[in-house]
Design a protein around this ligand. Structure first.
Ligand code: ADP
Length: 624
């Protein structure tokens, strides 16, 4: 049979990371569980041997006092009837071994050499010496009266029982203690020199041997438990290590993806932005029929591209926390009516019916624009993924303080294996070829982010071939009065002086044509310095600046410098940036943000918004 230390190596737990439980070898350690939690300052052992060394070390410290007390008890009962010098000598031996064990075992785990297996052998040796001294107490038996013998006997048996848990049943250390202790104890009953051996002696001697055998079995179970617990700990630690690694990898990958998307979409936005401006200007020209058709096709494609880029930007903005919920109380019905009007023509084209049933005066409290975007995404999907039948929009009571808004379709449904993925970015069912006419797979990813931002709940059920139902739960408003959004007054663009700052000549040219088409007077600058020079000559009514200018030049800086010249100058930042950090900086600066590619109608409405919100529109500073 292989020695125990060898078998330990075969357990296969070497070099694994473990945060193990801790116990130690010592008799009288019966009160201690074999697998206590490691001390916080102790580094967990990585091998089973190392863990055993830690256990033995800890127990040698913990058990020093109880063992000393037990030995003192034996000394107290033996010193009068046996020779007191021998009794004192015995106690001295016990104490010396106790101290040596305390010191050596206490430091064994920290030694770097010899090997752990060799250090375990030192523990075996010390355990043997300990057992020999304790077992030597039986030499006093011939001088003791029965009661004293009984006390010594019970004390040594208690030491033996305790050694099961304090050695975690590790056989070499355990047997090194047990054999020299219980052996002489049983022998004194069975071989009693100078006295007849009666049935009582045979009975007690046999019981002592039996007790020893039971302890051996218990020790085997305890060691199996110790080993199993070590295995589970190492596996658990290994798993959590792998999990941590996987999480870190996915964090790095996600950061790389965000960076890539930001860079790619920024670089795409610039040319698409110019393209959109030129395409809009082109469509305003007098063209022959053939060129007009081509111009319309260009405009449609630029529009589709702009919408896709817009979706990417929405994800970035939501992830950056750059979208704020503007919560108010409003009636759901006008919003639903707007959406119904928007989607009905498309539904009709596909031969679908959209039904709507709502509750009169269903007033909810949330962000109206963002909720509209959520419902638009869901309704858009319902129309897109339904080929025949109907789509229904229903508003119902959902408990005392909520409404449920249900969007059900009789479309193709979502396969169950896809259901857990549909809110992931770019996930599309059955679109391995990435057919762009089906969208980007971002609609529901944006929807989920919006639902989270508004703290709503969205649930869905879907059966393939039968249809899908999305249910939104919306908080009911308790407000007595509903705030009605006032439409901002419209600013006339005629002769409105717009200063455009951009480092790309194409963008400047496109903006000039577009804004002049609105009736504006346009000034162009490529740098902050040029913009400041122009603004000193004539105060613009509004400034439109790109965020990222050449080199270290920066649109935010441009606006600050222009506002230093003309207080509260209406300003709009136009950016192709989607990097969360840049978006956050821009939105924190409190300037109206427009994202490239800019749609002409959006540009017009933002210029309007900027001019209206600034009191300087009418009270202009004197031109310097
Ligand atoms: P997409 O741009 O592809 O519509 P979404 O994020 O909006 O992206 O949706 C993700 C996927 O979920 C879609 O590709 C589609 O397969 C599925 N899906 C969403 N809504 C429905 C619906 N009402 N019926 C069937 N499938 C749907």
């Amino acid at each position: 049979m292989a020695p125990d230390s060898e078998r330990l190596l075969k357990c296969g737990f070497r070099n694994r990371i473990a945060a193990m439980t801790d116990t130690a070898e010592s008799p009288a350690g019966a009160a201690h569980a074999p697998h206590p939690v490691p001390e916080p300052h102790e580094a967990p052992a990585t091998t089973l041997e190392g863990e055993l060394l830690r256990l033995l070390s800890r127990q040698s410290r913990l058990m020093a006092v109880p063992v000393f007390l037990g030995a003192t008890l034996i000394y107290a009962v033996t010193r009068d009837d046996a020779d007191s010098v021998w009794a004192a000598l015995w106690l001295a031996c016990v104490v010396v071994i106790l101290v040596v064990r305390y010191y050596v075992l206490g430091h064994l785990p920290q030694w770097t050499s010899p090997s752990e297996a060799a250090r375990l052998k030192i523990a075996v040796l010390l355990s043997g010496l300990n057992g020999l001294t304790h077992g030597a107490a039986v030499l006093f038996f011939p001088y003791l009266v029965e009661f004293e013998r009984f006390i010594v006997f019970i004390t040594i048996l208690a030491f033996c029982a305790g050694s099961v848990s304090s050695t975690a049943g590790y056989r070499p250390v355990f047997l090194a203690y047990l054999v020299p202790t219980i052996g002489p104890l049983a022998a004194t009953w069975l071989i009693n020199p100078g006295a007849p051996i009666g049935w009582r002696e045979i009975f007690v001697g046999s019981l002592t041997v039996l007790f020893g055998l039971v302890l051996v079995m218990l020790a085997r179970d305890a060691f199996n438990l110790f080993r199993e617990s070590f295995r589970m700990r190492t596996e658990q630690t290994e798993l959590s290590g792998r999990l941590r690694q996987a999480l870190e990898q996915s964090r790095v990958a996600s950061a790389a993806k965000t960076r890539f998307l930001a860079a790619a979409s920024h670089d795409l936005r610039q040319p698409v932005h110019s393209l959109a401006l030129f395409s809009d200007s082109l469509s305003r020209q007098r063209l022959d029929e053939r060129t007009k058709q081509i111009a319309e096709k260009i405009a449609r494609n630029v529009d589709a591209l702009s919408i896709e880029l817009e979706a990417l930007l929405d994800v970035s903005r939501l992830d950056a926390g750059a979208v704020e919920a503007n919560v108010s109380s409003f009636d759901l019905n006008p919003m639903l009516a707007r959406l119904l009007a928007q989607f009905s023509p498309l539904a009709e084209e596909k031969g679908l019916v959209i039904e709507m049933s709502s509750l009169e005066g269903a007033t909810v409290k949330t962000d109206e624009m963002l909720l509209e975007q959520i419902v638009r995404n869901l309704l858009g999907n319902a129309v897109k993924y339904t080929d025949r039948g109907r789509i229904s929009i229903r508003v119902n009571e959902a408990g005392g303080d909520a409404y449920s808004l249900e969007l059900a379709d009789t479309g193709r449904g979502i396969p169950s294996e896809a259901q857990q993925h549909i809110f992931e970015e770019f996930y599309q069912v059955d679109n391995a070829g990435r057919d762009r006419s089906r969208g980007l797979g971002l609609g529901l990813a944006i929807t989920k982010r919006l639902v989270d931002l508004l703290e709503l709940t969205l649930e869905f059920t879907s059966i393939v071939g039968e249809g899908t139902t999305f249910t939104l739960t919306l908080p009911r408003s308790t407000a007595a009065r509903i705030r009605i959004e006032e439409k901002p007054p419209e600013v006339t663009f005629h002769e409105l002086c717009v200063l455009v700052v951009d480092d790309e000549q194409d963008v400047l040219d496109g903006m000039k044509i577009l804004l002049e088409g609105f009736g504006c007077e346009v000034e162009l600058a490529m740098t902050t310095a040029e913009a400041v020079t122009l603004a000193k000559r004539r105060r613009p009514d509004v400034v439109l600046s790109d965020l990222r200018l050449r080199d270290t030049d920066d649109g935010l800086d441009t606006i600050h410098q222009l506002r230093a010249l003309h207080r509260e100058l209406p300003a709009i930042l136009v950016t192709g940036d989607t990097a969360p950090e840049r978006l956050r900086q821009a939105s924190e600066a409190g300037v109206i943000l427009l994202h490239k590619p800019v749609r002409p109608d959006k540009l017009a409405s933002k210029i309007n918004e900027a001019c209206v919100s600034s009191q300087t529109t009418k009270n202009k500073d004197p031109v310097r």
